[in-house]
Ligand binder design. Structure first.
Ligand SMILES: NC(=O)c1ccc[n+]([C@@H]2O[C@H](COP(=O)([O-])OP(=O)(O)OC[C@H]3O[C@@H](n4cnc5c(N)ncnc54)[C@H](O)[C@@H]3O)[C@@H](O)[C@H]2O)c1
Ligand SMILES: [Fe+2]
Length: 387
């Protein structure tokens, strides 16, 4: 099968424990004189900002620190921070955080160089000029935002989350230092880690899948599946944390040449209206959507099985597709992921709302290997509202 895809990556990646010190190299190489350091309250409160702050100060600079980026930010938050920064001279942005902080830093890096963009992020072709240079330091191992071209924001009036896409938002520098993820609590380790697994699996089965994506996808699946339960149970296990960090980064790389599919599509209304965090809604949906895709994906699941299942060799090969689905159900249980939406305030009477709004996420549904009918989508939500 032929495929065409373009490869666009961050310019430079520093990885390994201690690589955070490379912030000084970046500041030196970019000749930055005014650095803005961004994070959120959770990370700030946990003391994680101290080391990057120290490294920046060691270069003789005093960064402008923003430490209150909201979780799963709205478009209004983008406008507020854009306003705050408009009087400042910033020539390097350093984002220390999960997808919420990195997405905010990505969009601000282009609102600062593209006049008028902050007023309407969705204006077609609004992003014409390169961004202010940016460094992403991920502290969750999930979204892959450190390498993707998109940033996601809530439009509260429309109960909608929208992805803004531009290659100028691919961070210039990425620092993968495991010491930044070790304090991530178990619940967030599980849900953000499953988000990364979704990226790896969905991009593999997407109709946009390609040989490049498949290499990184299988490696991401292998790293994540061998370490996610250990990282969840024992957050101080460095090897497991390193595997998760690299796995999430590889899964992000997959998204740049392929796409997510129905898991993320059905997740959108759950984030938009019910404000279920991105990782959790994807994790709840993953086994159910992959079960729905089973018959269309027997070959793909057979290819994935040896990377995902530690006991694949003991299972007859023709049963590997079912074993992959069984593994996903068992994994969510082991990670304490709920198998019901009811505890998030979503009830059976919301079924039509969810279905109608998921159907609108054509951008992703059209890339799902099985063409899902409205009834198929309703059927998936229904199972999650009955439990
Ligand atoms: N740009 C992309 O490619 C992309 C892809 C998927 C999702 N997203 C978006 O990313 C956001 C979700 O990001 P996320 O799942 O990484 O979570 P997050 O950034 O929202 O963080 C979740 C919570 O974890 C805390 N936290 C993060 N790192 C920590 C650490 N090391 N120790 C202790 N606490 C820590 C934060 O303070 C926060 O309260 C959503 O808005 C989602 O839509 C973006
Ligand atoms: Fe995601």
């Amino acid at each position: 099968m032929s495929s065409t895809y373009s490869i666009k990556f961050p310019k430079k990646v520093f990885s390994g424990e201690g690589s955070l010190a490379e912030l000084k190299t970046i500041i030196h190489d970019t000749k930055a004189t005014s650095v803005c350091l961004m994070t959120d309250e959770g990370i700030y409160g946990s003391g994680l900002l101290e080391t990057p702050l120290l490294y920046i100060e060691e270069t003789g600079l005093t960064p402008l620190v923003i430490h209150d980026i909201p979780r799963e930010p709205s478009v209004y938050a983008v406008q507020d921070y854009h306003k705050k920064l408009s009087g400042e001279k910033v020539d390097l942005i350093v984002a220390v955080g999960g997808g919420s902080v990195i997405d905010m830093a990505k969009i601000l890096s282009v609102t600062m160089t593209n006049p008028g963009l902050a007023e309407d992020l969705r204006k077609p072709d609004a992003i014409q000029k390169p961004s202010v240079p940016m460094v992403a330091v991920p502290t969750t191992s999930g979204t892959g935002a450190e390498t993707t071209a998109n940033a996601i924001f809530l439009y509260p009036e429309e109960d909608l989350k929208v992805g803004i896409i531009s290659e100028y938002m691919i961070p210039d520098f990425v620092i993968l230092d495991v010491s930044m993820t070790c304090k991530l609590p178990p619940g967030l380790t599980a849900s953000t880690g499953v988000d990364a697994l979704c990226h790896a699996m969905e991009s593999y089965i997407s109709i946009l899948s390609n040989p490049f994506c498949k290499v990184f996808s299988l490696e991401a699946i292998s790293l994540i599946c061998r370490s996610i339960e250990t990282a969840y149970r024992d957050g101080s296990n460095r090897q497991a944390r390193e595997d998760m960090q690299l796995g999430a980064f590889y899964a992000g790389l997959c998204l740049t040449t392929s796409s997510t599919v129905a898991v993320h599509a059905l997740s959108y209304p759950l984030g938009g209206k019910y404000h279920i965090p991105h990782g959790i809604s994807n994790a709840i949906l993953l086994p159910y959507v992959m079960k729905e895709n089973l018959e269309c994906c027997r070959e793909a699941y057979t290819e994935i099985a040896p990377y995902m299942l530690s006991n694949a060799e003991q299972i007859p090969k023709e049963q590997w597709p079912e074993a992959v689905v069984d593994y996903l159900f068992a994994l969510m249980k082991n990670l304490g992921i709920p198998d019901s939406l009811q505890e998030f305030g979503v009830h059976p009477e919301d079924l039509d709302y969810l279905t109608d709004n998921a159907v609108k996420v054509e951008r992703l549904l059209l890339k799902n290997p099985k063409k899902l009918s409205k009834e198929d989508i309703k059927g998936i939500y229904k199972q999650l509202l009955q439990n």
